[in-house]
Ligand binder design. Structure first.
Ligand code: AGP
Length: 611
């Protein structure tokens, strides 16, 4: 899950590539590099952030009109100057940037070593450019052909862009499994892993499909498949504004995105939910709508935060629609040979729409005859294109690696889907249905109220930011929210945190409880509150420190807990959308107080495009 940028055209390539790499740095940030078409090819690469590469290059002559760039998330070979991209062919006449994993690289490497190739790095990517060059030289064929021949032998996922010293007016790119967008300008082309580096130059883009090879000149884009058949580029208009990918005066994208939630939840509901008329319109679910309403089993596949959204949806759909739901880690679903029957419906949930585990799980489900609905945030992404139908979450670009606004938008979409099915199947009566529509419609306003607690939550963060471990507890729909709160804290502050169903605590985790363990407990007013009160007493009896999320006006929990975060009341079915926001803020402030880069936490990347 690296970030790739390339440019060919009349502009100076370096500034375009550098700015683009900074925009893509949330995809991987352990090393960076560029290669430009200048006196052959000049390659510069460095371990560390893009800003360190920029410093290293300050004052050099970098003039060129064609170049490639890369910001890395290491898979093969530790982060170092040697393993940073671009990598070059044996004679240095070809340079490559690669995002993905070549699974059969060891075998290819051995073939090359047997042919006396000397490889300088530990990466699969360098093996690929040597392999392509070997084919080009031994077949005396053009680079484009050598690329197609080589890719037929490659097993794994890739986006590659290649620069050729002998043809400085040409770029060759190809894609399978990892994302690639080509921006079409007037006499210039921009290539990137997603649209964020392109939006300031053009709104005209082509999302490259799997097994496609692009031959790009400043004023020409040719698309072929790896069997050398011409493909017609499908040019789409980007629905993205530059402001959406800027910090807008906030210190971090994460806090900006947390504060965007009242609007993003509203945008997600807008034009779909109309409580006064009692209508719900999901334009992306038409052809297979009846199959969805009549299905006897729903399987949710996702990873990370999206998996937590799936767990909330399980509770909602079983509660409202009385349809059994199974929630699967996409990576396990793919390889554990699950039972999928005709008529089963799969929901694939993904913010980026490019998570490799989720993509391969979708393919596996489709091969078994299931209908796949996508719930996705990135328009035109692979999950959207691989699914039969689906619903976009319209949360706008999410730059912070820790998912926040995309999660609440996923919950809003899944709530609407659950209510739609329940309405169609009459599994909820009209009063409850209309009540829940009003409850959902009121969430953006209540989210505004929750954000007013920001400073209060920051003070709680000050109190607990030195803790070594945290426990998050919840019951019912608050349980997945507890899991999400724990994940946010782990991602942002590197503090070990676990989420548990509150009752499960007695079966082990309670052994962790002492005066040094903060326990975040979701104790809002719902049908479980009396049970939660006993859980709090059990923790207090062992000197645990309780941070309780309560409903405004609560007294019982307030009397017991060490710290209180009081949120507006909401029906428990839609309340998870609200209840997660204070947990996002708590994680954010603890991360900032510990001095960490909350937008780019260590070892993580925004979109996990390798299995
Ligand atoms: C969440 O904060 C993380 N960034 C991560 O767990 C993420 O949710 C997971 O990688 C799934 O990503 P997706 O929703 O883009 O598929």
């Amino acid at each position: 899950m690296c970030g790739i940028v390339a440019y060919i055209g009349p502009r100076e390539a370096y500034p375009v590539i550098l700015k683009g790499l900074k925009r893509l740095e949330y995809r991987g940030y352990d090393s960076a590099g560029i290669a430009i078409a200048q006196d052959g090819i000049q390659v510069y690469k460095k371990k560390g952030r893009v800003s360190e590469l920029e410093e290293f290059l300050a004052g050099r002559d970098l003039s060129a009109h064609c170049g490639i760039g890369h910001t890395r998330w290491a898979t093969h070979g530790e982060p170092s100057d040697r393993n940073a991209h671009p990598h070059t062919s044996a004679d240095g006449r070809l340079a490559i940037v690669h995002n993905g994993i070549i699974e059969n690289f060891a075998q290819l490497r051995q073939e090359l070593v047997n042919k006396s190739h000397h490889l300088r790095s530990d990466t699969d990517s360098e093996v690929l450019i040597h392999f392509i060059d070997e084919i080009r030289l031994s077949n005396s064929c053009p680079l484009e052909e050598a690329v197609r021949i080589a890719l037929k032998r490659v097993v794994g996922a890739y986006v590659i862009v290649i620069l050729d010293a002998d043809h400085p007016d040409l770029l060759i790119a190809a894609r399978k499994g990892s994302p690639l967008v080509i921006g079409i300008g007037k006499g210039e082309h921009f290539l990137a892993s997603d649209a964020s580096p392109i939006v300031e130059y053009t709104q005209e883009v082509v999302f490259v499909n799997d097994y496609e090879v692009a031959i790009i000149r400043a004023d020409e884009l040719v698309l072929k498949n790896i069997s050398n058949e011409l493909q017609t580029p499908y040019v789409q208009k980007l629905d993205l504004e530059l402001a959406a990918i800027e910090k807008g005066g906030f210190p971090h994208f994460m806090i900006k995105e947390i504060f965007e939630q009242p609007r993003t939840i509203f945008d997600c509901l807008r034009g779909r939910l109309d409580a006064p008329s009692g209508t719900l319109t999901l334009g992306g679910i038409r052809e297979y709508a009846q199959l969805l309403y009549n299905t006897r089993r729903i399987i949710m596949i996702a990873c990370g935060t999206s998996w937590h959204a799936a767990l909330v949806a399980e509770y909602m759909i079983e509660e409202l629609c009385r349809i059994p739901v199974e929630v699967e880690y996409a990576s396990e679903f793919r390889y554990r040979n699950p039972v999928v029957r005709t008529g089963d419906v799969i929901f694939a949930i993904s913010q980026s729409g490019e998570t490799a585990d989720t993509l391969v799980a979708i393919e596996s489900a489709r091969q078994q005859g299931a209908i796949v609905f996508g719930v996705c945030n990135v328009v035109g992404s692979s999950v959207a294109r691989l699914s039969h139908e689906g619903v976009y979450t319209h949360a706008g670009p999410e730059i912070g690696v820790a998912s926040t606004k995309a999660f609440t938008a996923q919950l809003a979409v899944l709530s609407m889907i659950a209510l739609k099915i329940a309405r169609e199947n009459n599994t909820v009566d009209d009063t409850r249905y209309r009540h829940l529509l009003h409850e959902l419609e009121s969430i953006p306003g209540k989210a505004e109220t929750v954000l007013l607690l920001n400073e209060h939550i920051r003070q709680i963060a000050v109190k607990y930011c030195q803790a070594r471990d945290f426990l998050y507890l919840g019951r019912g729909l608050n349980f997945p929210v507890a899991l999400e709160g724990a994940l946010k804290l782990k991602e942002i502050s590197y503090i070990h945190a676990e989420g548990y169903p509150a009752a499960e605590m007695k079966h082990g985790p309670i052994a962790l409880v002492d005066e040094s363990l903060p326990v975040v407990i979701l104790a809002t007013r719902d049908r479980f509150q009396h049970k939660i009160l006993s859980n709090i007493q059990e923790i207090k009896a062992r000197k645990g420190r309780v941070i309780a999320l309560v409903t405004e006006g609560d007294e019982a929990v307030t009397a017991l807990a060490d710290d209180i975060i009081a949120v507006p009341e909401a029906d428990e079915v839609v309340a998870p959308i609200l209840h997660v926001i204070p947990l996002q803020l708590l994680a954010y402030h603890i991360g900032v107080l510990k001095g960490y880069d909350v937008d780019k936490p260590r070892n993580l990347a925004k979109s996990v495009t390798v299995e």
